[in-house]
Design a protein around this ligand. Structure first.
Ligand SMILES: Nc1nc2c(ncn2[C@@H]2O[C@H](COP(=O)(O)OP(=O)(O)OP(=O)(O)O)[C@@H](O)[C@H]2O)c(=O)[nH]1
Ligand SMILES: [Mg+2]
Length: 199
């Protein structure tokens, strides 16, 4: 997709009101520091449009990025960030859950996991929840530049097994450094938008 227009349109905090959008939404879920904001930048061909940080917990709001007046990317706060107080974590969890449950425009949730490690308990729980809700999903294994090329397939197989992802769920390795995987991810996004339009 050629990116002509980009806007951070809505920012929702823990007590904020969720927007009622008319364009389709694609959400990015994953634990803190896994690379959600970096993936968004990679897909949009921008260096630092979505704010990233080496410190976990950078994204503390739901950010709706409007792309070409065609769709939204929803950048979600990361889960599993221990240094945020329990109360705040619970509040975030509630806002995220409310969004994923009530958005009428959500077409797909991209589940991010770190390609180097076994998915955490939170990753598994999130993935199970997405599937139980019947939402369309696929997995992006981030930071692929940090392992050898030969290890990529092996790690993706390990991730599939841990998440108990069915054979038709894609697991796409991605690197925000080399941008490997960006095209395949865009293809999945475009397909999930087209699937809805055809219904
Ligand atoms: N080498 C490498 N580093 C990456 C990659 N993706 C993200 N990072 C680094 O990982 C750190 C966290 O990235 P973010 O994109 O801010 O992660 P996030 O999931 O948005 O984190 P929160 O907003 O805290 O939930 C940053 O230092 C990034 O530069 C990647 O593909 N390769
Ligand atoms: Mg972020």
């Amino acid at each position: 997709m050629v990116i002509k227009d980009l806007q951070l349109e809505t920012v929702v905090g823990v007590t904020g009101k969720l927007p009622v959008n008319t364009l389709p939404e694609i959400a990015f879920a994953g634990r803190s520091n896994v690379g959600k904001s970096s993936l968004i930048n990679g897909l949009l061909g921008r260096k630092s449009f979505a704010r990233t940080s080496s410190q976990p917990g950078k994204t503390q709001t739901l950010n709706f990025y409007k792309v070409n007046n065609e769709l939204y990317f929803t950048d979600l706060p990361g889960y599993g960030y221990a240094r945020v107080s329990m109360t705040l974590r619970q509040k975030w969890g509630k806002v995220i859950e409310k969004y994923l449950k009530t958005s009428k425009q959500l077409r797909c949730i991209i589940q991010l996991v770190d390609i180097r490690h076994e998915p955490t308990k939170d990753d598994v729980a999130m993935f199970e929840w997405i599937n139980a809700m019947g939402l369309k999903t696929f997995v992006v294994a981030t930071k692929a530049d940090k392992i050898s090329r030969g290890a990529v397939k092996q790690q993706c197989d390990m991730i599939r097994k841990c998440l108990k992802a069915k054979a038709d769920v894609k697991i796409i390795p991605f690197s925000s450094v080399t941008k490997q995987g960006a095209e395949d991810i865009w293809k999945e996004i475009t397909e999930s938008l087209a699937a809805e339009a055809a219904e």
